[in-house]
Design a protein. Sequence first.
Length: 501
Amino acid sequence: MNLGKLIAAGTATLAALLTAAPATADAGLDRFYHQRLTWKSCGDPRLDPLGAQCADVTVPLDYAAPEGRTLTVVVSRIPAADPAQRRGVVLSNPGGPGGAGLDAMVDVREAMTDEVRARYDLIGMDPRGVGRSNPVNCRWPRGFALQSAGVDAASYAESVAQQAELAARCVATEGERIRHITTRNTARDMDVVRGALGEDRINYFGTSYGTYLGAVYTQMFPRRADRVVLDSSVDPQRYGPVGMVQDMGPANEAAFDRWADWAADRDSEYRFGADRAAVRATVLDLVRRANERPIRLGEFELDDHSVPMVLFVGLDDPRQYEQVANQLRQLLDAAAGAPVAPSPELAAVLAFMLAARPSDNSAQMAIMCGDVSAPRDPAWYWRNIEANRANQPLFGAFANNITPCAFWSAPIESPTVIGNSVPSLIVQATGDTRTTYPGALAMHRALTGSRMVTLQDVPVHSVFGRYPNDCVDAAVNTYFRDGTLPAGDLTCQDVPGRALR
């Protein structure tokens, strides 16, 4: 496809879409709230053994025009273990944005006590534009939009061209529909799901981006929110394609340093270097070499845009240190000219990032770009990249890079301002590399009725249902069971050595 023609066509369509009226009205929705759901097998190997069923929920594409086009939102339901004790439903979102969520409660359920499982139907949901819910598919040639800007101006110019192409493809393939794939509309969909389930209020568990979605729901529908748990929280004022991603830079550099110390202690095995500085120098040299000559692993080629992202993917859980080391060893061996077949774990990462398999992640950008606008001047991003190279030598070029949002249509609604007293429980690890600890503190301040449970000195993203901790698990289970928040903010300690198992 001709890039110039594609971008020109996309730009023309964007200009037309910019004049469209924003969605503000909430009228004529009774038929959506009172629809009857038909439950059937999910056909999912994780859900079906738990007795789950799935249903299609019809929602308006544009809530300002509910008589117009509709979308299908697919939900799953794992029934309460004891119908006699049932008190309601727990809706959920696994993050992303753009994460499919039908099976999101399977792992979360494992961390719940029998008493909690007995009391709730656990509701998974593929948000609009995601998974089985009329998915956004921009037909990208790569799977993941976020990438490093690379080592120099020439590499950054490649990023600018690639991101412009990705945005243009979304306009060319999705058109007007993509403007309505937003967090505020997903929150409205959640409330339609609540009505279709016959519930007066919903309980909620969200992780990562799901914390922002949950906070938006409490802001838009405060009287419909019951017990709300937000795990690994976004800063609601920094959410979007710029601030939220910029905050990942320092957090990932710190996580890399911790991993580098671990790797240096095993220099005889991995040969990255005998101390942190040497390990870091090895990795930075690999990125420079990938710029000069892309690294071939099987069918894949990695350059300076993609090598840092392999490390980014692995550093969100300290229990993956060995896996990160093995993957880096494969990259180094391939860069030295050895024929390397990537491990299954690395092949899966590369297939998603570089080949859009099993699908592209264009829904992520549709949601973020549709929620919050981004600066449009490529020079603005370049200045930030250069300003952060010294203090963020590995991840600064990623955290400050341009995204498709720089070439996107303006959002149809203003971002939601979060500030309410709906009770909620915020769970956060201090070393989180994706949604940082200062961001969770900001969410805690914005939700004045919240309590915060901090997992101290663990660089993990998403805790409950992913990273076992008796202290955290007890706080979440007590809240879901009794509706009792901690009397004050709580700090939990990790089991010594667990992070490195």
